[in-house]
Design a binder for this molecule. Structure first.
Ligand code: ADE
Length: 250
């Protein structure tokens, strides 16, 4: 996959892409991440990228010209047929694991980071194919949002995360939160790991984990629970848990 990021602050990405799982993916050649400074696509002496909003109001607005030209540049350079251009903005559709899976299917992503009070609406309407928000809060720019998108998209690419099983089992994959995890020591400061995990009974461990996953989701995320599809077995596990209040770790 290739990811082009259009930003006014390319320097903020350096450490992030050099380390972590994303860094490893870059080193392995699984993903080619290219940073482009939008300011270099201006033509005036002072490289102005923002202007006052038409109609008045506070703050400045990112001008359309350098953003259009930057996108045209990365597309002209592209050798890949499936290019998806995403504007990061608080007005976009909310990022979740299913949007992440969808984005990870493109051969090239172009991520546009907004800044100032906003970005000229023509970018959203005529240039980007998609507008994505990472949550219902306002960041000072799209850079952190772009890092979030890159991080969760790249870890889904084949060969990036060591164990494919850990991707299958993780939170949100089947619409439920993940069960609690423990490691050694079995007792730490008097706090014990649930005894079932030490039992060696794989069937009981799997049952306990599924039950914890269902209980967590029911207690913490009623929105996910409302959308979830429960098997008969799940319903039984949940009702047993609610009756017994199996709340270890919840
Ligand atoms: N830019 C500013 N706030 C944002 C958000 N919540 N998501 C994506 N991009 C943003």
């Amino acid at each position: 996959m290739r990811i082009d990021i259009l930003t006014l602050f390319p320097d903020v990405f350096g450490g992030f892409f050099a380390h972590s799982i994303v860094g490893r993916a870059v080193a392995k050649g699984v993903v080619d991440i290219r940073l482009h400074n939008v300011r270099t696509f201006t033509h005036d002496k002072h490289h102005v990228v923002d202007d006052y909003p038409y109609g008045g109001g506070a703050g400045m607005v990112l001008k359309p010209e350098p953003v259009f030209e930057a996108v045209e540049f990365v597309k002209q350079d592209a050798v890949l047929p499936s290019v998806h251009t995403v504007l990061l903005s608080p007005q976009g559709r909310l990022l979740n694991q299913s949007v992440v899976r969808e984005l990870s299917g493109y051969e090239q992503l172009v991520l546009i980071c907004g800044h100032y009070e906003g970005i000229d609406e023509r970018v959203a309407m005529y240039l980007a194919n998609d507008e994505v928000s990472i949550g219902d809060y306002v960041l000072s720019g799209g850079e952190v949002a772009a890092m979030v998108v890159v991080d969760c998209v790249v870890r889904l690419l084949p060969g990036v995360v060591g164990s494919e099983v850990s991707l299958v089992e993780e939170s949100y994959n089947d619409g439920f939160l993940e069960y609690p995890q423990y490691t050694r020591p079995a007792v730490y400061r008097g706090l014990e790991v649930p005894s079932i995990l030490l039992s060696g009974d794989h069937k009981q461990v799997a049952r306990w984990r599924r039950q914890q996953s269902l209980m967590r989701t029911a207690k913490r995320r009623s929105d996910l629970m409302a959308k979830a599809v429960l098997s008969d077995e799940d319903k039984k596990l949940l009702s047993d848990a609610l009756q017994n209040q199996v709340t270890e770790g919840i």
